[in-house]
Design a protein around this ligand. Structure first.
Ligand code: PMP
Length: 439
């Protein structure tokens, strides 16, 4: 039975599993926002495979596209040969690209995961520039393979210069807002232009237009444009990691569109495969420095993923789901801000489109920087409360993920197909869970 499945998996699987521990669910059926467990309970899934399910679970157009490939007798796995399915996917994807990139793009199909595409992007810029250093940001998350880890944090193998990612809340410069972003930009320029800083001219800058795992932190548009100018002036390729932010999630098809920034390289995965594994790098043709065979990988030809992905991209475009994410997301943010006004344990509510974060804090604790002359000190993060809220949500049939530098941010990543009514149910359950966890 269901208890047996949970027990056996917890014995057999590695200790590295995270949300499987706090979400003891055995899903057996799913549709749209809803997951049904083996125990018959139903849950509203606002984790969506960490933002993968742009159309929710088992959307009919996705299932239809998969069935069509199977019924056609087409090969399901063909490495990187050209096929009609791949052609349709690439055409659909290129139609979504920001103008100047669409006119002159190349695509590299990578291994199945986002982290594979990050590796390929890093290798590409290093090959193209002949340089190795990298500019990356505090709080970044780019994946779990070695190069992607270098870009994310920890002890890098290559020279990574870590720059402050702009934050309103917990701004590293203690000022937040435009001023904080401006100071971060100047910090970046100073490092690059100081011959003694050791930064030199790196192979690339990699950034997330909205940090996801880092705690749902949207970069201001002006800061994005500033990063574009800084990199352009110095001949440094800009890599936008849109693995989590892409395909309408933030209220634009690609999150870089909010600022009008056109990166040199875009890393894409998650939603582009319509719930099946697919990852690509799209880049300006001038960077196409690969020799034949320079980048390989067995699983780069998953036809089902390409078909499911093409159907998803087309559905998001035709039904203007990015715009829908923008309006519905703004409404949900507003409602959560209202909730924050009544609950001092909500330190911050932020996000863009349907990528939403609620940061929980301990309002009673002594402010760690109370004597800070800048005076912006904020209460300390409350990871235990965040975990309690996640559990209380689960008990009320709502699945949410935690994230952020201190695991104190509750993240909501509902499908873009969310209805007004469903959004209301999600918010009600969340409010109820928060009140219960606070007690
Ligand atoms: N980049 C970003 C921005 C991500 O959010 C993630 C995954 N959460 C990755 C890269 C890595 O993708 P994957 O887990 O598929 O390797």
């Amino acid at each position: 039975g269901y208890e047996g499945i949970l027990r056996r998996q917890s014995l057999r699987e590695s200790a590295a599993r995270t949300y499987a521990r706090s979400l003891p669910i055995v899903p057996v059926r799913a549709r749209g926002l809803t997951i049904e467990g083996a125990d018959g309970r139903r849950y509203l899934d606002c984790l969506s495979g960490a933002g993968t399910l742009a159309l929710g679970h088992n959307h009919p157009v996705v299932l239809e596209a998969i069935k069509k490939v199977i019924d056609s007798g087409a090969p399901l796995h063909v490495l990187d040969l050209a096929t009609p399915v791949k052609d349709a996917f690439t055409t659909e994807l290129f139609a979504t690209l920001p103008g100047p990139l669409a006119d002159d793009a190349r695509i590299q199909f990578c291994g199945p995961a986002g982290t594979d595409a990050v590796e390929a992007a890093l290798k590409l810029v290093r090959t193209a520039t002949g340089r190795s250093g990298l500019l990356a940001f505090t709080g970044a998350y780019h994946g779990m393979t070695a190069g992607a880890l270098d870009a994310s944090g920890g002890a890098p193998d290559v020279r990574v210069t870590r720059l402050p990612y702009p934050q309103d809340y917990r701004c590293p410069f203690g000022v937040g807002g435009e001023r904080g972003a401006e100071l971060g930009a100047r910090w970046t320029e100073n490092l690059l232009d100081d011959p003694k800083s050791g930064t030199g001219t790196p192979a690339a800058m990699i950034l997330e237009p909205v940090q996801g795992e880092g705690g749902v932190i949207p970069a201001p548009d002006a800061w994005m444009r500033r990063m574009r100018r800084i990199t352009e002036e110095r001949g440094i390729p800009l890599i936008a990691d849109e693995v989590q932010t892409g395909v309408g999630r933030t209220g634009a098809f690609w999150a870089v569109e909010h600022s009008g920034v056109v990166p040199d390289v875009m890393v894409m995965s998650k939603a582009i495969g319509g719930s099946l594994p697919l990852a690509v790098v799209v880049y300006k043709s001038t960077l196409d420095a690969w020799e034949p065979g320079a980048h390989a990988g067995t699983f780069r030809g998953n036809q089902l993923a390409m078909a499911a992905g093409a159907a998803t991209l087309a559905y998001v475009r035709e039904n203007r789901l990015a715009e829908r994410a923008a309006t519905l997301g703004a409404r949900m943010l507003g409602a959560l801000q209202g909730l924050a006004a009544a609950h001092p344990c909500i330190g911050d509510v932020r996000g863009r489109g349907l990528m939403i974060g609620v940061e929980l804090v301990d309002p009673e604790a002594e402010r760690p920087r109370a004597s800070d002359p800048v005076g912006d000190a904020v209460p300390p993060p409350a990871p235990a409360l965040a975990a309690a809220v996640q559990q209380a949500c689960l008990e009320r049939g709502l699945i949410v993920e935690l994230g952020g530098r201190y695991s104190s941010v509750v993240r909501l990543l509902p499908p873009l197909t969310l209805t007004d009514e469903q959004a209301g149910a999600v918010l009600d359950r969340f409010a109820d869970a928060l009140a219960a966890a606070e007690r």
